[in-house]
Write a protein that binds this ligand. Structure first.
Ligand code: EPZ
Length: 417
């Protein structure tokens, strides 16, 4: 295992590209199971999670050329419809193969994901949706066993807005007979990206980006080429990095229209954020203002940016209340930040952050993907050296983040633990 060593106190200055979106790429890999021809995905980020879903698809018999950048995927050779526990437990997004497998290959045996650091994260709504489409779904020995000769369109209400639940059922309904209406559907940009991808393949999907999505099933889909959208969470993370170091950074491949809640809050905190030429300029303030944040499904403030904005609030002047409404255990970065001198008190789903003039570097431990990002951010601004262990969490969802930050002037190295 590796750990990251960060010398804090360096301003970030320069230009940095935002990579392809992890949470858009993963469903697009799964959607490739819907056609027995070559799909071409471009702007695929080099991430552990991408390598994991590629491994899962390959062992099903899917042919995959490439690991990142331009990747070609062909599901013609599928001989197994199983997603084994050993892979699903490392990446719960593997459950995204469930919908396409049942729709196209009539059966699926997918391990239940099991627990996750940030919450229970059940998939009951995924299964409810598949049953509504006519699949028989059984739970046996820790696996979901689903089958259907031909799925039939249905009206499905999601009790909770679920991103991958919406994506799973949208993919399944694309090949179902008749019309499916998803109500209280997730409206995240990554859901819209998947709908656009499926429509390019010949699906008939309307309303993606709203909370009602209508899918008219078709008999067959065709292969496509697609350039994956930029990662709005990486972009938000890089903005906070500029905000914490009084930086002056220009982000490339950053779509502000997908980041309105994040940009609004960062501007309230004193960052200057504006389009400049082919990118987005972010200027960190001398004084960071404390702002309250409440995470919500899109278009609200994304839970995936909660840990990162908490790092910024640790250096703000005043008291910030950060409320996490999406996951029940997404404050594990708090105890690590406290080791760096942060003044944070957790009361239920609220974290009360009293901003301080500075943080001090310390040995800390990454616990999950976004928590690890927040510790990198804190390390950039802290006085002295920060050592982050279990940095593999970061590599799941950020492409060469330390290299990108070093190009902007940060002092970061990696060593074997
Ligand atoms: C997606 O996870 C993202 N992952 C997560 O990003 C993100 O945090 C999350 O959406 C919320 O935006 C991918 O897209 C691969 P949910 P997902 O289903 O779909 C409950 C990251 O850091 N729920 O929208 O698994 C669930 O427990 C990751 O990149 C049910 O109760 O999240 C949670 O409380 C972390 N039953 C809430 O809904 C279900 O069947 C939202 O979860 C499904 C979900």
């Amino acid at each position: 295992m590796e750990k990251m060593i960060i010398e804090g106190g360096y301003r970030l200055v320069g230009q940095v590209p935002v990579s392809g979106a992890k949470n858009a790429a993963l469903p697009l890999f799964a959607a490739s199971l819907l056609v027995e021809r070559w799909n071409t995905l471009q702007n695929v980020p080099a991430l552990t999670d991408i390598r994991t879903i590629a491994r899962l698809l390959r062992q099903m018999g899917v042919k995959i050329e490439g690991e990142s950048g331009t990747v070609r995927v062909n599901a013609a050779g599928v001989h197994s419809c199983e997603a084994p526990y050993k892979l699903v437990k490392t990446m719960r997004a593997s459950v995204l193969v469930l919908g396409p497998l049942v729709a196209k290959w009539k059966r699926a045996r997918v391990s239940l994901p099991g627990g996750c650091a940030i919450g229970a994260r059940p998939i009951n709504l995924h299964l409810k949706g598949l049953e509504a489409l006519g699949a028989t779904v059984e739970l046996k020995h820790g696996y979901v066993e689903a089958r259907a000769d031909r799925l039939k369109g249905a009206k499905i209400y999601f009790d909770i807005s679920t991103v991958t639940g919406t994506e799973n059922i949208m993919m399944a309904a694309a090949l179902a007979e008749g019309r499916t209406v998803l109500e209280n559907a997730a409206s995240e940009p990554e859901v819209v990206e998947l709908a656009n991808f499926l429509n390019k393949m010949g699906a008939k999907i309307q309303g993606a980006g709203s909370d009602v999505i209508i899918i008219d099933g078709v008999k067959e889909l065709k292969p496509v080429e697609h350039i994956i959208m930029g990662d709005r969470i990486e972009a938000g993370t890089l903005m906070v990095a500029a905000g914490m170091t009084q930086g002056n950074v220009k982000l490339l491949n950053c779509n502000l229209s997908q980041m309105e809640a994040v940009v609004a809050k960062l501007r309230e905190a004193g960052l200057e954020i504006y389009p400049e030429g082919d990118g987005v300029k972010v200027i960190g303030p001398a004084n960071i203002k404390a702002v309250d944040v409440k995470t919500l499904p899109y278009p609200g403030f994304p839970t995936d940016m909660q840990a990162q904005i908490m790092a910024l609030m640790c250096l703000a002047s005043g008291l910030a209340v950060i409320t996490e409404t999406v996951f029940e255990n997404r404050f594990m970065h708090v105890s690590e930040m406290r080791r760096m001198g942060a003044d944070i008190r957790v009361e239920g789903s609220n974290a009360i952050v009293r901003g301080l003039p500075s943080l001090t570097g310390a040995p800390v431990m990454a616990t999950d993907l976004r928590a690890s990002a927040s510790l990198v951010l804190a390390g950039l601004a802290a006085e002295g050296t920060t050592e982050i262990s279990r940095i593999y969490h970061l590599d799941r969802g950020y492409e060469k983040l330390d290299e990108k930050l070093c190009k902007l002037g940060a002092k970061i190295s990696r060593v074997k633990e």
